[in-house]
Design a protein around this ligand. Structure first.
Ligand code: HEC
Ligand code: HEC
Length: 233
């Protein structure tokens, strides 16, 4: 009998302790909590947590590539930005959207102890394979699609889409690709009287070494080797 009283007391005290936990006052802390409790990790990975194989892009560097304003817009309703996306509308409240945007827009790789492409195993990979790893983990895939096949919109740009990268080896040398990726590109608005494009190619030179950017360039070139194109046409 005494054991049951003790058990009930402990349970009661435990519940009271939970209920009396102060509400989180820091938006980033709330965003972090919501990221864990709203199902984001079923599809996304951040640092060493979450789904290892997608289907959503790795978000460990999402704050380097996407602005807080865009993340808010996306979370309010992904289909409103991209009707073809498989990310569901999670019906978040304005508070949750703002907290998640605050949390995600500061994710610039710090959740990794070692960048995945800087591990001993990754350093021993052939350059194009290491480039493929960077393409996916650093999040080129978030804008250029799986294997650079595109399909992702931008606002107020000619054609309405972020470029595909499957044929860049026809238009650029490796050195030109490295330079473009290093410096990034701000797309020109298709209509100067309308709001500027929200999605901009980041300056990867601020995040990746020249050797790493060279590996990504090798990967992009491998998507469509030059010898094949001159044979085919
Ligand atoms: C059912 C899977 C799924 C769930 C659940 C999901 N996402 Fe996504 N998410 C995706 C996919 C797939 C994409 C890429 C979509 C696209 O570009 O069309 C994406 C894209 C994103 C992007 C843009 C990524 C980038 O690289 O630019 C962000 C930010 C994001 N999701 C945040 C979230 C947050 C926060 C949650 C939880 C509230 C969440 N997602 C829940 C599948 C999911
Ligand atoms: C936040 C979205 C975003 C991310 C992430 C991103 N890019 Fe881009 N990228 C763009 C946009 C937008 C353009 C088009 C810019 C313009 O108007 O010329 C572009 C253009 C390019 C081009 C030139 C294509 C052409 O046909 O001229 C290359 C090459 C490229 N990106 C490679 C990369 C690589 C490699 C990565 C990852 C290291 C990457 N991008 C990550 C948005 C992105």
């Amino acid at each position: 009998m005494n054991r049951w009283i003790a058990f009930t007391l402990t349970l009661g005290l435990g519940l009271a302790a939970c209920a009396s936990q102060p509400p989180l006052t820091d938006p980033v802390a709330r965003g972090k909590r919501d990221f864990r409790t709203k199902g984001c990790m079923r599809c996304h990975r951040l640092g060493d947590e979450g789904s290892e194989y997608g289907p959503g892009p790795n978000l460990t560097m999402v704050g380097f590539r996407k602005s807080s304003a865009w993340i808010s817009r996306w979370l309010a309703n992904p289909h409103d930005w991209n009707p073809k996306t498989i990310m569901p509308n999670l019906h978040l409240t304005p508070q949750q959207i703002s907290d998640l945007a605050d949390f995600l827009s500061i994710q610039k790789g710090q959740a990794w102890k070692v960048y995945p492409w800087r591990t001993k195993d990754a350093l021993e990979m052939p350059s194009k394979d290491r480039g493929n790893l960077i393409f996916n983990m650093a999040g080129c895939v978030g804008c250029h699609g799986p294997n650079g096949t595109g399909g992702k919109p931008d606002n107020n740009v000619a054609g309405g889409m972020i470029p595909t990268l499957t044929l860049v080896s026809d238009g650029y040398t490796k050195a030109e690709l490295v330079q473009k990726i290093t410096n990034g590109v701000t797309p020109l608005p298709a209509d100067p009287s309308k709001p500027k494009p929200m999605i901009v190619m980041p300056r990867w030179g601020d995040m990746l070494t020249q050797d790493e950017i060279g590996a990504v360039a090798d990967y992009l070139i491998s998507l469509h080797p030059k010898s094949q194109s001159s044979d085919g046409f």
